[in-house]
Design a protein around this ligand. Structure first.
Ligand SMILES: [Zn+2]
Length: 157
């Protein structure tokens, strides 16, 4: 697939929901690990939340060393293919629109990685999948263009 798109396993979205519910009323979050395929990004797995992270009702700060440890382990295990593609977190009592802090976090991550990045926010009433565009330096919303039992495909708009 060469067009910009984000592939997310349906099970991973369910997992985000479960982890968000478990952490309620605090935020949950972590890394998204996956593969860059041309202009497409395939999310494969997630990390977190872990006990040393800082989580409140309105903030999630990744501080637990396990996020990075898992990312490095996956990278090595996959022959340096599976890498950091973005992050996810929940908004326990809010919508799934990114805050300015969210946008800035993705911007920094994109700059460090020199790649487009994926952001997933699980809100109270749904999930938002975002594409951080490194060239335009902005967050693009996406729309769900395909969904089956195994995979969801999101196209930046
Ligand atoms: Zn947020």
């Amino acid at each position: 697939m060469l067009e910009p798109a984000i592939l997310v396993p349906s099970a991973l979205l369910d997992d985000i929901q479960k982890r968000a519910d478990k952490s309620y009323p605090r935020e949950a979050g972590g890394f998204l690990l996956g593969v860059f395929k041309g202009e497409a990004i395939e999310v494969i797995r997630l990390t977190g939340p872990f006990s040393a992270d800082k989580a409140t009702r309105t903030r999630f700060i990744r501080r637990d060393p396990r996020h990075k440890a898992i990312a490095v382990a996956e990278w090595l295990k996959s022959g340096k293919v599976c890498t950091l593609v973005g992050d996810w977190h929940s908004h326990p009592d809010g919508g799934f629109t990114p805050s300015s802090i969210d946008t800035n976090t993705w911007k920094k991550m994109s700059k460090v990685q020199s790649r487009n990045m994926v952001g997933i926010i699980r809100g109270r009433d749904g999930v938002g999948v975002y594409w951080y565009d490194i060239d335009q330096k902005l967050v693009r919303r996406t729309r769900l263009i395909q969904k089956d039992d195994k995979t969801t495909i999101w196209e930046p708009i």
